[in-house]
Design a protein around this ligand. Structure first.
Ligand SMILES: C[S@@+](CC[C@H](N)C(=O)[O-])C[C@H]1O[C@@H](n2cnc3c(N)ncnc32)[C@H](O)[C@@H]1O
Length: 383
């Protein structure tokens, strides 16, 4: 594979640095805008060359020494080479790029990415890969496991748990164990699957005025520091009769919605998350909300959705076409879309714009410092 000298123009969705050379577009991993680099082309996809850094010829003023010893090999963090300020600016640029290029939004509103209260030791949830006697995260661009003894983004309780898991006798590990889901809460740590001394414990966490129970086998947000303002922004001053919370997990938005609307329905596919969501509502004394265990697209296809407000918070793949169609058919006056992937968000927004929705407000939250990932909340109303 060939070497090239390039200058990085900006950071793209996916976290790559963009460069151009000899008629090619080049995507460079782990780069900083303004870097002059000698890069090695690893593969070609269409007209795009994917490259890695061989040598930093002139470092960008935004470049810092990545503090983590696993940086570059571990596939987890791809923004440690950037100052935190530049990470936030790059994420705003990523969202702007997706809204402009994919959603075809002519006038993209100003995007401010709210910083995480913690730049390190913020991660409440993780998946550790296990291969033979190696425990850590997948290596960059591979399914080989990078052996990680200290992960600087984990909250201290999870770091201690990682150390305890690594110190466990290998005979105690279930034979077929390939990965472990772990999550921390105010009252301990939960692992799935459970083995030896490690249990899939039920945990609790207070966010805003609500208490949530959850465990390692149901989705819970990674970074609790920004969740209260994110929920406030997504729901703003909305009040009314009927609201729907699609992909509701353990009820992060369902509880605050049930305090604002007379009648709330949450829809969630994971039965364990559904059980927690129902428990969380019951403990809060919120009898005006129900949680259905169903695939959102299957549910919406057979439901004549009549709702004043729809909140959707799908996984990274975004909402299925049937879900967007169901929202459009419902003519819900207000919609809040919570997304962890600006590209699929923009794909879905394009359809919502075509159906008459316009952006009322947009905010972004850095739930994932040291990575290119970012959480975006878009409030829409029928124009
Ligand atoms: C990004 S999480 C959001 C959960 C919740 N809103 C929160 O913030 O904690 C997405 C949730 O959607 C669920 N899910 C994924 N695909 C689904 C589908 N097709 N139908 C129903 N639920 C789905 C997952 O189990 C997960 O709980």
């Amino acid at each position: 594979m060939s070497s090239l000298e390039v200058e990085i123009e900006r950071i793209l969705p996916g976290g790559y640095g963009l460069a151009h050379s000899a008629g090619h577009t080049i995507f460079v991993s782990l780069a900083a805008p303004g870097d002059r680099l000698r890069v090695r082309v690893e593969r070609q996809q269409g007209n795009v060359l994917f490259a890695t850094i061989e040598e930093i010829l002139v470092a960008s003023p935004d470049r810092i020494e990545p503090p983590c010893p696993y940086f570059g090999r571990c596939g987890g963090c791809d923004f440690q080479q950037l100052t935190y300020e530049k990470q936030l600016a790059a994420k705003a640029e990523i969202i702007r790029d997706c809204l402009h290029r994919i959603a075809r939004l002519a006038e993209v509103p100003e995007i401010v990415v709210n910083p995480s209260p913690r730049e390190w030791r913020y991660r409440l949830r993780a998946t550790w890969q296990i291969d033979e006697r190696t425990i850590g995260y997948y290596e960059r661009g591979s399914r080989r496991v990078c052996d990680v003894a200290d992960c600087a983004v984990l909250v201290p309780q999870l770091q201690q748990t990682l150390e305890r898991v690594r110190a466990t006798d290998w005979h105690e590990f279930p034979l077929e164990l390939k990965h472990l889901d772990v999550v921390a809460g105010e009252n301990g740590v939960s692992l799935a699957p459970s083995f030896g001394e490690f249990e899939t414990a039920e945990l609790e966490l207070k966010i805003g005025d609500e208490i949530y129970s959850y465990s390692a086998d149901a989705f819970f947000q990674v970074n609790p520091g920004l969740l209260a303002p994110l929920i406030e922004f997504a729901l703003s001053d909305l009040r009314g009769e009927v609201a729907v919370d699609l992909y509701c997990g353990v009820g992060l938005f369902t509880l605050p919605l049930a305090r604002r609307f007379a009648n709330v329905t949450g829809v969630e596919g994971n039965p364990i998350a559904v059980r927690f969501a129902r428990h969380n509502l019951q403990r809060a004394g919120l009898e005006n909300a129900r949680v259905l265990n169903a695939g959102v697209s299957e549910w919406i296809r057979k439901t004549a959705l009549e709702s004043d407000f729809v909140l959707l918070d799908p996984p990274r793949a975004g909402a299925e076409s049937a879900v967007i169609k169901g929202i459009l058919d419902s003519r819900a006056k207000r919609v809040s879309y919570v997304s962890c992937d600006p590209a699929t968000l923009a794909r879905d927004l394009k359809k919502l714009f075509a159906g008459g929705y316009v952006i009322e407000a947009l905010a972004a939250y850095d739930l994932f410092p040291q990575t290119h990932h970012v959480e975006t909340v878009v409030r829409l109303h029928l124009g």
